[in-house]
Write a protein that binds this ligand. Structure first.
Ligand code: THU
Length: 158
């Protein structure tokens, strides 16, 4: 028997001013876009921005429905749209913001982590992830680090 452990490292920015300029500008755009999320049931609005390796930025907000499971998180709206429009482009960066002034940033749900991880597996570069609260920004250099032991299509191979 052998004990194993798993660690992840991430960076905490104490203010928007500490961020790279491009990321700061995108968060300012997302602060406006998050207001347009369609979240009448949870009243929890989320917006995501995806930067592709072709330098294109694509945005998404969460979209809910009276038939609750039919809605979709902002991250998947943005990623699916990005990969539909630009199927050959790699995902460079993902930004996430909510309209709630919580201490802790909103981090992607398990289903979104699974989706982000698969795109990361399919490309050589890791996906940078920035999570914004109105107090701090958390930076993860690899999205897959948020989902250790991710389910992979390798498992389906006979
Ligand atoms: N939601 C997101 O869009 N992204 C997340 O990372 C967490 C949750 C949405 C789903 C639902 O519309 C609402 O927030 C409440 O869970």
């Amino acid at each position: 028997m052998k004990q194993h452990s798993h660690n992840i490292s991430y960076t905490v920015y104490q203010s928007l001013e500490e961020l790279p300029q491009e990321i700061r500008e995108q968060f300012l755009i997302l602060e406006k876009k998050v207001k347009d999320a369609y979240a009448p049931y949870s009243e929890f609005k989320v917006a995501a921005a995806v930067k592709l390796d072709n330098k294109q930025w694509v945005y998404g907000t969460n979209q809910e429905n009276a038939a609750y499971p039919s809605g979709l998180c902002a991250e998947r709206v943005a990623l699916f749209y990005a990969k539909s429009e630009y199927p050959d482009a790699d995902v460079d960066t993902l930004l996430i913001i909510t309209d709630k002034p919580f201490e802790m940033p909103c981090s992607p749900c398990g289903a979104c982590r699974q989706v982000i991880s698969e795109y990361e597996f399919n490309q050589t570069k890791e996906i940078n992830l920035y999570l914004y609260s109105h107090h701090q920004v958390w930076f993860f250099p690899s999205a897959t680090s948020l989902l250790p032991f991710v389910f992979s299509s390798e498992s389906l191979k006979k």
